[in-house]
Design a protein around this ligand. Structure first.
Ligand code: NAD
Length: 259
């Protein structure tokens, strides 16, 4: 492991454009369970997975009920989001924020909806699956801080006349085109990708490192930091993997770079 940490720090130092792609695994050490890891929500509770697939249909069919579900009454999914809003970043999030501050990380594209990269101080963050702190109009794409959204009369509406939803991208919902395009541009520009805590099975996000390899071949290096190997490890898309916790490995990489 020591060799791989050294190798990663050399690769970051030699890179001109490093991008981090992060998933639920980077937030497990903050106390938010992932979906598909050994202790993941879906690994241990299959009904939760089935319910997740119904959420977007609820918005389309009954937006008032959808907002009641999102607002966090007892036993609702919103209660889970409310708990998530209390969570603090961990050493993995802070290490990536530090790398950006040192000028060694250009951007984070995260699948996480928990806002923890921003709370840790990272600035250039693309929230690919949205954020629990924002609402979005699916019609015109306008986003608003949830705190600024009047919720007395449901469902909240946008100035364009559309019905606002939580910014979180639910299953069966398309990724908003602005974040999708921004993420693709960042990935295609990059010469080093740090894949942190993602099982790389949720598409189109999981296609980003594959797209980078197909377009840039040997000019882009992909390093995984994950507790277990993924399909990207097995298919040779990633160059190497550091097996372990992001909250332990990333700070060591940063420490080595800082000297
Ligand atoms: P996933 O659950 O499919 O995979 C997480 C991966 O991280 C697993 O391979 C697991 O072994 C690994 N892992 C767990 N803890 C780790 C740690 N401390 N260090 C390193 N690796 C660790 O997650 P995914 O690939 O992000 O896809 C799940 C989807 O669910 C995403 O789309 C995301 O939007 C959503 N989600 C988000 C959150 C969050 O915002 N924190 C939490 C759960 C799910």
């Amino acid at each position: 492991m020591k060799d791989l940490i050294e190798r990663t720090s050399v690769d970051i130092n030699n890179s001109r454009n490093t991008v981090a792609l992060t998933g639920a695994g980077i937030s497990t050490e903050s106390g938010i369970p992932d979906f598909r890891g050994p202790r993941g929500i879906w690994t241990t509770n299959k009904t939760a997975e089935a319910k997740a697939y119904e959420r977007y249909d609820l918005f389309l069919g009954d937006p008032v009920m959808y907002w009641k579900e999102m607002m966090g009454g007892r036993g609702t999914h919103g209660e889970y989001y409310n708990e998530m809003r209390k969570v603090k970043p961990n050493l993995g999030h802070y290490a990536l924020a530090k790398l950006e501050e040192m000028g060694l990380l250009k951007c984070i594209v995260t699948q996480n909806i928990d806002g923890l990269h921003l709370k840790a101080g990272s600035r250039n963050v693309i929230e690919y699956h949205g954020s629990i702190y924002k609402a979005r109009c699916p019609h015109c794409g306008t986003r608003k801080e949830l705190d600024d959204l009047p919720l007395e009369k449901l469902p909240p509406s946008c100035n364009c006349g559309g019905v606002m939803k939580l910014d979180v991208v639910h299953f069966k919902e398309s990724i908003p085109s602005d974040v999708m395009e921004a993420a693709e541009q960042e990935v295609l520009k990059s010469d080093l990708i740090l894949l942190c805590g993602t099982s790389a099975v949720v598409y189109p996000f999981a296609g980003l490192p594959i797209m980078a390899k197909m377009n840039n071949g040997d000019n882009v290096k992909i390093i995984e930091i994950n507790e277990e190997p993924t399909s990207l490890t097995r298919e040779g898309i990633s160059d190497y993997i550091l097996l372990g916790k992001t909250g332990q490995i990333l700070p060591k990489v940063v420490e080595l770079i800082s000297g």
